[in-house]
Design a protein around this ligand. Structure first.
Ligand SMILES: [Mn+2]
Length: 325
């Protein structure tokens, strides 16, 4: 059981007020909400006069350059990793493993504030601020800004908006609530250039991404009279076509978007023993399916890593989805 959100907000605010020299981290293969949340947190800490450093295991994709401060996120493999930080703020990371190798930076007893919106978040860390019905982690951070009485400016609002927009699929998914639209309006009022952000984050593809999409669509397969559809790609094919491994983001929406399809899947073969599976549904609870394979996520958008061959991943995961239909 989580504490009431208002109580979690007070505890999170106290955590930030009582600490300094923060390490701000998020999950591997960061998406728009992970980057947006990391950079929002940086803006917030700056306004509170706190020092911080942002680190991610993976290099930040060029796709995110429209998010202010995203160029200041230090990659794990780069020089200049922080020393002597006092406390950690982890954003958009449902479990400890999601932060990847950055966990090597943490020592026993480092206080951690865990800010997230994934229902499968187990409340890891010393203090958590989790709202499962928030559309994005930045929506949670918007509430934290109000709690800490941090005024919005264009930079902070842009970072918050980036997470809100990308995690709602451009304000299209079912998590696009009235509250989300009100928050988006507040953020626009604070100076967000919404057109520029949606063009940069959602309306642009590299040529490599288009080639990857052409290839992925040719692998489309169906089951259960077209109620399940999936695409399968191999990591080496991805590496040939795109610079950035996170450029596969959004591909899974193609099988999901087909008329009559209830669950869309993407199988990404990492090596002969591991297959990353993305699950997107219109109604079915795919987080339960992902969890049965050791993964997690949201009811309609989840993921897991399957241990085994691509063929086994397809047959076992599709069978589980069929059982859930
Ligand atoms: Mn998120």
């Amino acid at each position: 059981m989580r504490a009431p959100f208002s109580q979690q907000l007070q505890e999170a605010a106290r955590f930030i007020q009582e600490n300094d020299r923060f390490l701000v981290i998020s999950h591997v293969n960061p998406d728009g909400d992970a980057i947006g949340s990391t950079c929002s947190m940086a803006c917030m800490l700056d306004k509170l006069g706190k020092s911080f450093v942002m680190v991610n295991e993976d290099r930040v994709s060029k796709r995110f350059t429209v998010i202010p401060r995203s160029d200041q996120i230090v990659g794990r493999s780069e020089q200049g990793l922080p020393e002597g930080f006092q406390a950690v703020i982890a954003v958009d990371s449902a479990d400890f493993d999601r932060i990847g190798q950055t966990k090597a930076l943490l020592s026993e007893g480092t206080p951690i504030l865990n800010i997230d919106h994934h229902p499968t978040n187990d409340g890891w860390g010393s203090v958590s601020l989790i709202r499962e019905d928030a559309a994005s982690t930045t929506e949670v951070l918007f509430a934290l800004c109000q709690e800490l009485q941090i005024p919005l400016d264009e930079e902070l609002a842009t970072c918050l908006y980036a997470g809100l927009m990308t995690d709602t699929g451009g304000f299209r998914f079912s998590n696009t609530t009235v509250a989300v639209m009100r928050t988006a309006a507040d953020l626009m009022e604070a100076g967000v250039n919404a057109t520029r952000l949606s063009e940069g984050l959602m309306g642009t593809m590299t040529k490599g991404q288009v080639e990857l999409l052409k290839h992925a669509l040719q692998t489309m397969e169906y089951a259960s009279e077209g109620r399940i559809a999936w695409i399968s790609i191999k990591e080496e094919e991805i590496a040939e076509l795109v610079e950035d491994p996170t450029d596969t983001e959004g591909l899974v929406n193609y099988p999901r978007s087909i008329q009559g399809v209830e669950v869309g899947l993407m199988f990404k073969q990492v090596d002969s023993e591991r297959v990353k599976v993305s699950l997107r549904s219109k109604d079915v609870d795919v987080s339960a399916i992902a969890q049965s394979f050791g993964g997690g996520g949201h009811v309609k958008a989840s993921g897991c890593t399957f241990q085994g061959s691509l063929e086994d991943a397809v047959s076992q995961v599709v069978r589980k989805v069929q059982e859930a239909l």
